[in-house]
Structure formats: structure tokens, C-alpha cells
Design a protein around this ligand. Structure first.
Ligand SMILES: [Zn+2]
Length: 178
């Protein structure tokens, strides 16, 4: 819910671009979106409802948006599957608490890794900071940013000062290039 609750608020952007907004999702996620935002997907759509164009992601199959190739990377979010992505030299993973080695191989050689670190204490469906640092070390990616951070993490500068070289907390407005 924390990742899709804002879909309705995309309406001004959808109206401005005068095109439906593409939503890329696996079959499982698409089903949930159709339930959660039924008014946006009904056959007789309410005027003013957001207009979406659903695009299918198959786990394990790369896809192209514009001129960028997206490689899905399967992680575990507790007992649920969750997809992260490699786009060029950047890997973005959120809501991960574990990953099989063969999926981790898709991260190797990247320049930048963005991965979730919820807080310092353990959590059942998200990496703690120590777990995220250990995961990032295993990937050997040189530039690591932690995201999906809870208010329980502590203060930005203080936590940053404790992190290994090449690793830092991400922040609003951070820009990365592929
Ligand atoms: Zn989340």
C-alpha cells in the first residue's frame, strides 16, 4: 500500500500529458491494483478518474521502456515475492528481506545499488541496516544508497557517519544517472 496509495494523486499529471499513464506490473500486482482502484479500471470509467495503461512484467524476463532495458531481480519480502530492477548500471531494490544467490548475480558489475534499510533493529519483511550493509557488501557494487527508511533509523548525518565507505543514506532529491 505504501507504494501504490498515491496512484490517484497522479491525475493532474495524467490530465496534463493527455495520455493514460503506463503501469508496469506482474499478474499478481495487476490483480491487486484492479481491486484497489476498481473505479479506474471499470468498463464505464467515471469522468475524472485516473486513466492507466497496464503493461505486464513477467518475472525473469527483461523488458524495455523507452530506450532503457529493465531487468527484473526477484527478492523476498518476508514470504512474498518482490521485484527490484537493474537499469543499466543502476540497481533499485526495495522491500527486500532476502534474495537467492542466482538473483544476486544480476547485480554484479553495477555501479550504483539502491536498497532498502528500514531501521537498525530487525524486521520480518525488510532488511535492517546491518543486513542491508552485509547484502550490499556481497554484491561488491561501489556506490550504495539506502532507502525505504523508517523514522526509527536515527538522524541522517549520525547514521551516515557510521556507514562503510561507498555507502550512505539516500535523501529526497537525490539524482542518479544510468
Ligand atoms: Zn514498502
Amino acid at each position: 500500500m505504501d507504494h501504490v496509495a498515491g496512484l490517484d494523486d497522479l491525475r493532474p499529471l495524467i490530465f496534463a500529458q493527455k495520455l493514460p499513464m503506463q503501469l508496469w506490473a506482474t499478474d499478481r500486482v495487476e490483480k491487486r491494483l484492479r481491486e484497489q482502484f476498481a473505479y479506474a479500471f471499470s468498463a464505464r470509467r467515471y469522468p475524472g478518474a485516473p486513466e492507466f495503461e497496464l503493461k505486464r512484467i513477467e518475472t525473469g524476463t527483461e523488458f524495455t521502456i523507452g530506450d532503457q532495458v529493465w531487468i527484473p531481480i526477484l527478492g523476498q519480502h518476508g514470504t512474498w515475492p518482490v521485484l527490484g530492477y537493474r537499469i543499466g548500471n543502476i540497481v533499485y531494490l526495495t522491500d527486500v528481506s532476502g534474495m537467492h544467490k542466482h538473483e544476486q548475480d544480476k547485480i554484479r558489475g553495477a555501479e550504483v545499488l539502491v536498497v532498502n534499510a528500514l531501521r537498525k533493529t530487525p524486521h520480518i519483511t525488510h532488511f535492517s541496516l546491518d543486513e542491508a550493509v552485509e547484502f550490499a557488501r556481497e554484491t561488491e557494487v561501489p556506490n550504495v544508497y539506502f532507502t525505504h527508511i523508517s523514522h526509527q533509523m536515527g538522524l541522517h548525518d549520525e547514521v551516515n557517519a557510521e556507514l562503510p565507505i561507498g555507502m550512505s543514506l539516500a535523501y529526497d532529491g537525490l539524482k542518479l544517472t544510468t
